[in-house]
Design a protein around this ligand. Structure first.
Ligand code: ATP
Length: 273
């Protein structure tokens, strides 16, 4: 079955070697926003391989962001919401267990949002923020972490001479890479990205995509994207959702060249969504 002409992957090693483990295990998860009256997510099971990029795709309202926010318990902020069934494990630990502190969880599971949201502080202070709230005061430790994180976010060369300037003076693409630097400064294991390029122009998008290829060497990445071209370029595996259900989950190359399900085929070929 041929679908659409998909652009080539930009990833260095797009294969999934069998020795890779699942960093995230989503095991038969249902989720409700309204005290269990209706389930927005229904019986979702999938695993996200460590140091690989998993893309969530599907039409608006299918539950991609909801599932992403379940992974660092951001949905806890909605009082009436809950995982009604199943379990999510990260590094083998049930993240909804009673002993899990969501603030601790979020140190390991960072998040980058659609609308870049630097603090109205200097570039340096933005990146150092998470470390300072962990109580780190040593200037040399902070300097080192700021440089490492900005290099890791491919922003160092552009800002190294103006670290004390306001982050709000950077371009949109630079602000998004600064937010990525802020997330990786605390050395999480997982990076969740909710449409990180949707507010960026094509050049800034290309930079963030190249950056993701680099970040994937150290982090497990889960990205929600509306762009099927982006999913093809930067993800190893893709999950297609529809009306709160996981319809198909497979290697990205397979999903976009030879999907098993008709609904996946219809979606990626633009017949709906
Ligand atoms: N805080 C909330 N309270 C109640 N319902 C919500 C909340 N957030 C999302 N929903 C509902 O849950 C469903 C799934 O929304 P979600 O944002 O996860 O979908 P999505 O696939 O990410 O959509 P989009 O691509 O448009 O961002 C939608 O019907 C939405 O209205």
């Amino acid at each position: 079955m041929s679908t659409q002409i998909a652009p080539a992957s930009i990833l260095d090693e797009p294969v999934s070697p069998p020795e890779l483990k699942n960093m995230i295990e989503i095991d038969n998860v249902s989720f409700s926003y309204d005290n269990g009256k209706t389930n927005t997510l229904k019986n979702i099971s999938l695993g996200c391989l460590e140091k690989r990029v998993t893309a969530f795709i599907g039409p608006s309202g299918c539950g991609k962001s909801t599932l992403l926010r379940c992974l660092n318990r951001m949905n806890d902020l909605v009082e009436t919401s809950a995982v009604t069934e199943g379990e999510i494990r990260i590094m083998g630990q049930n993240i909804n267990g009673r002993d899990v502190d969501p603030i601790e969880l979020r140190k390991n599971v960072g998040m980058v949002f659609q609308k870049y949201n630097p603090f109205p502080k200097s570039i340096y202070d933005n990146v150092a923020y998470g470390l300072r709230i962990q109580g780190i005061k040593s200037k040399s430790t902070l300097d080192e972490a700021v440089e490492r994180s900005l290099k890791g976010a491919a922003l160092w060369d552009e800002v190294k001479d103006r670290l004390k300037d306001s982050a709000l003076g950077l371009s949109g693409g630079q602000q998004q890479r600064l937010c990525i630097a802020r997330s990786i400064a605390v050395q999480p294991k997982v990076l969740l990205m909710d449409e990180p390029c949707s507010a960026l122009d094509p050049i800034a998008t290309a930079k963030v995509e190249e950056l993701m290829n680099e970040l994937r060497k150290d982090y497990t990445i889960v990205i929600v994207t509306h762009s099927m071209q982006q999913a093809t370029r930067i993800s190893d595996r893709t999950a297609f959702f529809y009306l709160g259900e996981l319809i198909e989950f497979d290697d990205t190359a397979k999903i976009f060249s030879n999907p098993s399900q008709k609904r996946t085929e219809d979606y990626i070929s633009g017949r709906f969504g």
